[in-house]
Each structure stands twice: as C-alpha cells, then as structure tokens.
Design a protein around this ligand. Structure first.
Ligand SMILES: NC(=O)c1ccc[n+]([C@@H]2O[C@H](COP(=O)([O-])OP(=O)(O)OC[C@H]3O[C@@H](n4cnc5c(N)ncnc54)[C@H](O)[C@@H]3O)[C@@H](O)[C@H]2O)c1
Ligand SMILES: [Zn+2]
Length: 377
C-alpha cells in the first residue's frame, strides 16, 4: 500500500491549564510548521535545533516551511547520539541560541528524536530564564513518548537524565512521514514504547496492535492511529500527574529491569533504549506471573509473544554479548530505584492493560528471579 502524501491531522490536546498545548499528528504536517508558529506567536523568530542525521533529510523542508510563513529561522546542528546530551553540547546549544538573538518571545524548535527533544527542550527551559519551544519528533519513540509531557534533560557522569527541568512545549508537530527515513531498528525500538500503552492500560489497543502492527511499521494510516492513541494515553496521564508524584510512574512499565539492562550494556548500540524496555516489559510480565502470582502465565506469554513477533528482544538471551552478574544487576536496579528496607518500587501487572505501582517488592524476590533468567544463558 502506498501512503498518501498528506493526511488530515489528528489533534490531541494536553490539558495543563495555562500550559496546555496540542499534539498535531499526520502525514505531511511539517509543511504547516511555520504557519502554526506564526499563528501561535505572531512575529516570533526561531532557532531549529537538530542532529546531523535528521538534518540530512528533514532540516531543509522544516526551514522551507518556516520561510513560507515568514518566520525567520536559524539552525543549530549537533552530532547524532546520546553523547550530545552532555554539558559540553548543552553549552554549545545555549550559546548558539543566544548568538542567534533569541528574545523571550521567540522560540526553539526541537527537530529530532528524544535526544534532541531533551537537549533543546532543556536549553529552552533556561536560556533567558526560559523561552517556549516546539517539538517536531522524528523518531517513533519521540512521537509517542519523549516529545509529550515536558520532561527535558541532559546526562550526568552519575547517570542519565539527572540534570533537567519540566518544561512543556507549546506545540508538538508529529509528521508521521518523517519516520519513513528512520532505520528499521530505531523504528522497532520505538514500537516497544508504543506497545507499552496497550500493555499498561489499554487491552483493546494491545489487541489492535496484535492485529495491525504490520501496518504500523508500513506507512499506512494505522501508523497515525497508533500514535494518536499513544499520545492520548500519555496526555491523560500527564494531565493527571504532570510532575510524576503518582500515576505518571505507570509509564515506567518495563523501565526498572530495562534501565538495568541498558546500563549493563553501557547505553551502547548493543541495546537501544526501546529494546531494553521490550526486554524489561517481558521481565515485568513474567515476574508478575511467576514470582508474584498476579497474572495468568498465558497472559504474560501473550504479551511477550507480541513483542518477540515484531522482532524485539524479550529474553536476556536475546541481548548480544556478556551480561554482568546478578549482584551487579541488583546494584544497577538499586541505583535506579530507591531501596527502602529491602523493598523496591516496581510497575507490575494484573493483566494485559492492567499495570499498577507496587511499592513493596521484596528485593530478594527480584534477585532470585534475575538469577533464574541469567542461568538460562
Ligand atoms: N523526555 C522524555 O519524556 C523521554 C522519554 C523517553 C526517552 N527520552 C530520551 O530520548 C532519548 C532516545 O530517543 P530516540 O530513541 O528518539 O533517540 P535519538 O534521538 O538518538 O534518535 C535515534 C537515532 O535516529 C536518528 N534519527 C532520528 N530521526 C530520524 C529520521 N527521521 N530519519 C533518520 N534518522 C533519524 C538519530 O540521528 C539517532 O541516530 C534518550 O536520551 C532518552 O533518555 C526522553
Ligand atoms: Zn522509555
């Protein structure tokens, strides 16, 4: 099936009072970037922050869209990759934004995946004590997760995302055609975060994904639909709990196990974030079934089967290269989650689409479970 050049956009609102904004989803919506900015901030100019991969494909069309609407735009291009979420690159981005004479009423445009969204969003939160910014996500992960909700950050030597701010964008423009140039492996990794919304709170969406995932990977209208469902889910959670004092933690399904595996692989190409989350969700489902008796094994297997079917890692065996000992993995989990009197907080599941926050998971149970998993290697 060939994809249409354009589709009528779907608009999802993130309801946060004075900080409310729209997520505009559709094929070809990038062409409206300048016009939308001009409508929201008449007379504003902008700096587009992007990485060198994304720049190759999508910077000129973005600039053309700004130019057509009469919005003056300069550009900052940083190297692609997580390493750009550093103090050094952050400084360069801030200085470049200031050098382009951005005033309080002007804007930053984050054109890229989660790395650019986090980096440019954080820069926007501090330059001139805060300017507005627009997210133009170019990865599936950014479409369904990082571009929505206002978490921005760079990395510290002590860990990922430790220096940052909550800073909501004023618009998210998710042009699904931009994903056509995304490498398959990156698309698949983002799919893990998409499936997460079904697994954590929407059994019907999960069943829909089981039936339609091929169309989501293809450029069919199913892709826009899936992204819209995910954004609606994230928008609802963020509207309830903007600063993650409660419910928003549900979005961390699979992330405790996942982060430990990601850290164990040195945050390298060995295991992309979404891949780690797929393995982490599979472990969370199995742990909920086997060690906690919360969910039928058949349901846990169904969740895991789907992730495996799309080609995501679901077993520690699927992760290439050596993994550290169970002690080290427990240490990594302990760094990620506070251990209180031997108890850990985990997102567990009572069924597909029924995740909940459990603050009293016995660390010894987790260790036994992980030892069993490592022994399978
Ligand atoms: N703020 C949040 O709420 C939040 C949520 C989840 C993840 N994150 C952060 O997001 C980051 C991961 O994001 P990501 O997976 O999007 O990674 P990324 O931004 O590094 O993008 C992945 C790769 O794809 C390339 N790329 C991006 N768009 C492309 C396109 N359209 N065509 C071709 N190549 C393209 C990039 O250059 C990069 O090499 C992590 O730093 C993570 O901490 C933030
Ligand atoms: Zn994630």
């Amino acid at each position: 099936m060939t994809a249409p050049l354009r589709s009528d956009p779907t608009v999802v609102n993130v309801a946060l009072g004075a900080r409310s904004y729209d997520i505009v989803i559709g094929r070809g919506v990038l062409a409206s970037l300048g016009a939308r900015i001009a409508a929201l901030r008449p007379g504003a100019k902008a700096v587009i922050v992007t990485d060198d991969n994304v720049a190759r494909y999508h910077l000129e069309p973005a600039e053309a869209a700004m130019h057509e609407a009469g919005v003056a735009a300069s550009r900052v291009v940083v190297p692609a990759g997580e390493a750009s979420k550093s103090y050094r690159v952050f400084e360069q981005v801030c200085e470049a934004i200031i050098a382009s004479r951005i005033e309080r009423d002007d804007l930053v445009v984050a054109l890229g995946g989660g790395v650019i969204g986090d980096l440019a969003g954080f820069a926007a939160s501090v330059v001139r004590r805060g300017v507005d910014y627009v997210q133009v996500p170019t990865t599936l992960l950014a479409d369904v997760d990082s571009s929505v909700g206002g978490k921005t950050a760079i990395d510290s030597a002590h860990g990922k995302n430790l220096i940052g701010a909550f800073h909501q964008p004023m618009l998210v423009l998710a042009d699904t055609a931009l994903l056509d140039t995304l490498p398959d492996r990156e698309f698949r990794a983002g799919y893990a975060e998409l499936a997460k919304y079904g697994l954590l709170g929407d059994a019907a969406f999960f069943a829909w994904l089981e039936a339609n995932w091929r169309d989501v990977f293809g450029a069919a209208a199913a892709r826009e639909h899936a992204i819209a469902v995910a954004c609606r889910a994230k928008a609802a959670i963020v509207a309830r709990d903007e600063r993650e004092t409660g419910d928003r933690a549900l979005l961390n399904l699979g992330h405790t196990f996942g982060h430990a595996l990601e850290a164990a692989c040195g945050f390298s190409d060995r295991l992309l974030h979404g891949e780690a989350i797929a393995a982490g969700m599979a472990l969370a489902f199995e742990f909920s079934a086997r060690r906690q008796g919360l969910i039928a094994m058949a349901d846990a297997k169904r969740a895991i089967r789907h992730l495996a079917e799309v080609g995501l890692p679901t077993r520690v065996n699927d992760i290439p290269g050596p993994l550290p000992s169970v002690d080290r993995l427990m240490e990594l989990i302990g760094q990620d989650k506070k251990v209180r009197r031997g108890m850990l907080t985990f997102i567990l599941v009572r069924g597909i689409g029924a995740a909940f926050i459990e603050k009293g998971v016995d660390a010894r149970e987790v260790r036994t479970f992980l030892s069993e998993k490592l022994a399978e290697r």
